[in-house]
Design a protein around this ligand. Structure first.
Ligand SMILES: C=C(O[C@@H]1C=C(C(=O)O)C=C[C@H]1O)C(=O)O
Length: 387
């Protein structure tokens, strides 16, 4: 067979894989409907383990590597669990979702908003904003139903500006979504061989690529309001030797080419985004929930330890605890806390009452579906027999 015919065959196989993936997602939605009727939990790790084991046995018979299959199916199962969780909360997708986001099309916030809408079988009606505060205002003023904001990154940590804004708004966090952020260095087509003297990027992208950038000599690094701004600047400028930090899909949108890839200081760089809305949401019991709050303890020895003891007494699982200086009050600390709990659970309501009595300030930012899907692990059949 010639190369072209072989490639046509590959394309045919890929089409069938895609159709099978779409069918699997449809069946997962039917499973969600069934679970909603029976009040069953979305996640069933025993079922996942037996499924993975069977797939590995069958796969190795077909000559496929067990490690490859596990990685592949972990992604497929994560998609299935998150699709079911989204359905449990929002039901069947209806039309479009209006979401305010930082930057124009191609910014990381826009990509995350796109992923959020896709997961809910909705089309995205995105509204570009210049600042995080504009995203908030768009939702507060009723111009959009939702706003999306990056809240923390696996490399650069919490995005304090966003926490600060959340402290002063009456909006609620109603969802979270994770985006793999693979920064690339993008230049205009034809400029691939030009020496770079200036790199533009969003401050978060610059922080996440600090190691790579620190090794470049005679290069100016300049901040832009969003990654989309940085890419647009490079795309529209005639000046050679300028580059932008951005994503692969953003680069494609602006017709830019990558001259360096995977630039984040840590592999697997991910950003967690939150979705904010005017009304709080209700997380069904079948879906694991995360509750986020900000609190300031009294400035006295052991105050934080006392707050943590309350959480332990109520058996609350702490996902995140971070302290930040309180803006305007030097040397006083504000704590960001995330707990694995449903807001309406009596366990949390009791703990909150006790915390209110012993903190100077406490604000629940929202309770929403926990989108971290910890991969189920199984021992591959050959490894088992070889052990
Ligand atoms: C589809 C189901 O829901 C979840 C997703 C699974 C999958 O995609 O195979 C398996 C178990 C559950 O964690 C199910 O329960 O069968």
């Amino acid at each position: 067979m010639d190369l072209q015919s072989l490639r046509t065959r590959i394309e045919d196989v890929d089409r069938r894989i895609l159709e099978a993936l779409a069918e699997r997602r449809e069946v997962a939605l039917a499973v969600a409907r069934n679970k909603a009727e029976k009040a069953g939990a979305v996640r069933d790790t025993e079922r996942e383990a037996s499924l993975l084991l069977r797939l590995m046995e069958h796969g190795t018979e077909l000559g496929l590597d067990a490690g490859y299959l596990t990685r592949l199916y972990q992604i497929i199962i994560e998609d299935s669990v998150l699709t079911q969780q989204a359905w449990m909360q929002q039901g069947d997708g209806s039309g479009s979702l209006s979401i305010a986001h930082l930057g124009t099309a191609g910014s990381y916030s826009h990509l995350a908003a796109q992923g959020y809408a896709n997961r809910r079988q909705c089309t995205l009606q995105g509204v570009s904003c210049e600042t995080f505060n504009d995203v908030l205002k768009s939702v507060e003023d009723g111009n959009t139903t939702l706003g999306i904001l990056p809240i923390e990154n696996s490399t650069s940590g919490s995005i304090n500006e966003v926490y600060d804004l959340l402290r002063h708004t009456h909006l609620h966090i109603v969802s979270e979504t994770y985006l793999s952020v693979e920064h690339q260095l993008l230049v205009s087509k034809g400029d691939e061989d030009k020496e770079i003297h200036t790199i533009y990027g969003h401050p978060q992208a610059i922080a996440q690529c600090s190691r790579y950038l620190s090794h470049l000599e005679n290069v100016k690094v300049l901040s832009c309001p969003s990654s989309a701004h940085a890419m647009e600047l490079v795309a529209t400028s005639k000046e050679p030797g300028i580059a932008a930090l951005g994503s692969q899909s953003g680069g494609a949108l602006f017709n830019l080419v990558a001259v360096a890839q995977n630039l984040a200081d840590q592999p697997g760089n991910q950003t967690r985004f939150i979705l904010i809305q005017r009304e709080a949401c209700h997380v069904p019991q079948q879906v694991p929930a995360r509750t986020s709050l900000i609190m300031a303890t009294h400035n006295q020895p052991g105050a934080l330890a006392d707050a943590l003891i309350i959480l332990r007494q109520h058996e609350l699982n702490l996902i995140k605890l971070e302290s930040r200086p309180m803006p305007g009050n030097p040397w006083e600390e504000l704590f960001y806390v995330d707990l694995a709990v449903h807001e309406q659970s009596p366990q949390w309501q009791d703990a909150l009452r006790e915390l209110k009595a012993m903190t100077r300030f406490i604000k629940v930012l929202g309770s929403y579906a926990d989108e971290r899907v910890k991969a189920t692990r199984v021992i591959a059949p050959e490894q088992k027999s070889g052990a």
